[in-house]
Design a protein around this ligand. Sequence first.
Ligand code: MRU
Length: 333
Amino acid sequence: MQAVEYISGKLHIIDQTKLPLEEVEIITNDLERISLSIERLEVRGAPAIGVTAAYALAIAMQNSSIENRQSIFLEACSRLAKTRPTAVNLFYALDEMKKIFNENVSKENLPEILLSKAISIHDEDKNLCTLIARNGLEIFTKKSRVLTHCHTGALATGGNGTALNIIRNAFENGLIEHVYADETRPLFQGSRLTAWELDKLKIPFSFNTDSTAAVLMQQSKVDLVITGADRIAANGDTANKIGTYNLAVLCNYHKIPFYIAAPSTTIDKSCKSGDEIKIELRSNKELTQVRGIEITKDEYQAYSPAFDVTPNSLITAIITEKQVYKPAFNFNV
Ligand code: MRU
């Protein structure tokens, strides 16, 4: 299962807004269409957004001439940068592609060079997912009941996922008893995408409303919580899907370990703390409607940040491809 695939000049994107009820692919080589796919969350999850943006830049250069390539490339970069502000993997991919563009701008075969860079960003992410899953085994001391939030599996990355890939690896090693998937309001990444992947992997699971997490913990049904991240500040403060902070506070109260799993490409050392992370605000409509059906009046004003920031003091450890970082989160080692 691949969130995005480059095939003969076009990007194939699995439309994640339709899953699990319909499996539909968007096939396009149009930069605006790809940008809209990111904005609409047809492709989503921090690493998958980065991989998609890298391919989008390579595709945008396909038919460019040497004269117009500079302006096409810069316009494409600025369009993609406006899609989603929080996931740092998007900006990591844009910066990596810009470096390669600048080094090779006058070469005839620049489009091929950019495409091979996009493929290498995709391959790199695959590899990081594998290493995160391997390192993540370290946090299991027994067969466990794990709660997770949002969706961090194969569809959210270029490989097999981050937090969900740790759960998969733990399951294959006999270390998972049950997975609780928060449904993840308002776009239901948990009840739609995490449930779909867990079902395919044959891992025992149930999903619950986000507000049920407290009761599950009160009933001693959760041994640990693992989520992904969209941006991790230099001090370990972590932006992830709205509702993650609630879980970290609950874990602290119930004395349950709370883990974050992410590749190093999600660590933004230019942000000293979570206060510097820009949080995306989503539209009213995503709260007043569900799949186009009004559940309340569109004119009511809603507040819908897509992400929240969990302070480092509530995080037991951050698992990357390099190691399991414990407080005080020194990412330079
Ligand atoms: O708004 P989304 O669905 O893109 O948010 C995704 C998340 O918050 C994930 O937890 C995060 O990107 C990590 S994906 C491996």
